[in-house]
Design a protein around this ligand. Structure first.
Ligand code: ATP
Ligand code: MG
Length: 438
């Protein structure tokens, strides 16, 4: 395995020197063959867990002995070393009831989810690929090892793993595997929300996320049924050339592959189907949809056990997405005061994505967003004042002027309001003078 980092190499060597077989396996082999940087390196070996412990002595930690996994510290890094293993029966669509160790690498590879994830490579660069993983990798195909129905019934998380790899690698899903994904999707209900969340957010960040979502809204609908009414929902409005779902997918596709941005794009119009009205001319409207979308998004993100930080940022962007973008210094200062720079920049991207996902004759609205961005850049370069931190006076100044208690905070906020509003310049002398009139 010429390309394995030194610390992984050292683990393979130590196991071989003790007389065992040792291979890099799974994702790290797949990614190396693709020329991608692996997320982590896994080693599989014929050595039993206690034998691995004996080889590495004080550098071995029994982190998952039941499943045959020992974590080995090698050159200040961790490598998961797992004994060749076959999984027993599955009852809960989540985890095998038992695992058994084996001395056969082929048996271990057979329990792995996809052909492209079922390859092993040793120190000499010998590749073991009993299921045609290399050919599938070349062709860009995701295919289950063995019968896809059975594999998804064993462990339903594999359904989302396949969609995740399709989105991240841009691979297509072999037809039999695709059919089994649709047919077994309900089994995802047995998977813990946290695990669904991890896979789904990796999917969302993939370069082909929109294409995968377009093919599999039924799978997303198992944990987020709120998505389903968007599919095919005719907006009956000339601003839009797509139904709500297609519009959403175009926005997801346009926005950068960051979890907050992709999620905000996916959910920005989630409430539209709930508030559709048609006027006397038959024109569709969605009054109040940002607030309804925000509330739905909040519930959805809570259900997936997302972090408070992600949930709060996404719901805020959803709530703000339909407001006019500020195009004056004063407006941008006010937006900065409420959102801060990071979220205002995110809002700008959400608005761009939303606009590019509308009918092309309305794309000239991008010029308004350009203007807002120019003002934002200039104000920040000028060190404009939009928060208490930047105000030219502070609490101590006001205390020295004889103010005390809550009056200090009140006065500072009033001054900030006036500076943001443009009524006062952010100059110390002027502000101190203004305090006397408060
Ligand atoms: P990543 O790039 O996220 O690390 P990965 O394929 O390496 O992707 P890991 O979770 O690191 O995923 O798992 C390592 C290997 O273990 C996989 O490549 C696959 O061979 C096997 N594997 C992981 N999860 C499953 C599963 N649910 N069912 C079957 N095999 C699995
Ligand atoms: Mg991995």
């Amino acid at each position: 395995m010429a390309k394995a980092p030194k610390y992984v190499w050292a683990v393979l060597e130590a196991l071989e020197a003790a007389g065992y077989e040792a291979w890099c396996v799974g994702g790290c082999v797949r990614d190396t063959l693709l020329g991608r940087e692996p997320e982590d390196w896994d080693v599989t070996t014929s050595a039993l867990p206690e034998e691995i412990m004996a080889v590495f002595g004080p550098h071995a930690f029994p982190t998952g002995l039941k499943h045959g996994t020992v974590t080995v510290r090698s050159q200040h890094q961790s490598v998961e070393v797992t004994t060749y293993r076959v999984d027993g029966t599955y009852h809960d669509h989540r985890r095998p009831d038992s695992v058994a160790f084996t001395r056969s690498l082929e048996e271990d590879l057979a329990r792995r989810d996809l052909t492209v994830n079922a390859m092993a490579m040793d120190l000499r660069g010998t590749l073991r690929d009993p299921f045609g993983g290399q050919a599938d990798l070349k062709a860009g195909i995701l295919r289950c090892v063995g019968d896809p129905d059975r594999r998804f019934q064993e462990d339903a998380l594999r359904i989302l793993r396949v969609l995740r790899f399709a989105a991240v690698l841009g691979f297509s899903i072999e037809p039999g595997t695709a059919t089994a994904i649709h047919q077994n999707r309900e089994l995802l209900r047995d998977i813990a929300a946290e695990r669904v969340q991890v896979e789904f957010f990796k999917l969302l960040q993939g370069k082909d996320a929109a294409a995968v979502l377009r093919e599999y809204p039924d799978v997303v609908g198992v944990f987020w049924p709120e998505v389903l009414p968007m599919v095919g929902f005719d907006q009956k409005n000339f601003h839009h050339c797509y139904d709500v779902w297609e519009h959403t997918l175009h926005a997801v596709d346009w926005i950068p592959g960051d979890p907050v941005l992709r999620c905000a794009a996916l959910l920005h119009d989630i409430g539209k189907p709930n508030c559709f009205t048609a006027d006397e001319k038959g024109l569709g409207h969605f009054y109040g949809h940002p607030a309804i979308s925000r509330d739905l998004a909040d519930g959805m993100l809570r259900r997936l056990k997302c972090s408070n930080e992600l949930r709060e940022t996404v719901t805020r962007l959803v709530e703000w997405h339909d407001r006019d973008i500020p195009r004056t210094d004063r407006g941008v200062r006010k937006a900065l005061n409420v959102l801060g720079e990071e979220d205002l920049r995110r809002l700008i991207l959400v608005k761009r994505a939303d606009n590019f996902a509308q009918a092309p004759q309305f794309w000239d609205r991008q010029a308004e967003i350009d203007k807002a961005e120019d003002i934002l850049d200039r104000l920040l370069a000028e060190d404009a004042c939009f928060s208490l931190k930047q105000l030219a006076v502070n609490g101590k100044d006001l205390t020295e002027m004889g103010l005390s208690g809550p009056a200090v905070g009140r006065a500072l906020n009033t001054l900030l309001e006036r500076v943001v509003d443009g009524g006062l310049p952010n100059e110390r002398a002027v502000l101190l003078e203004a305090v006397k009139d408060l």
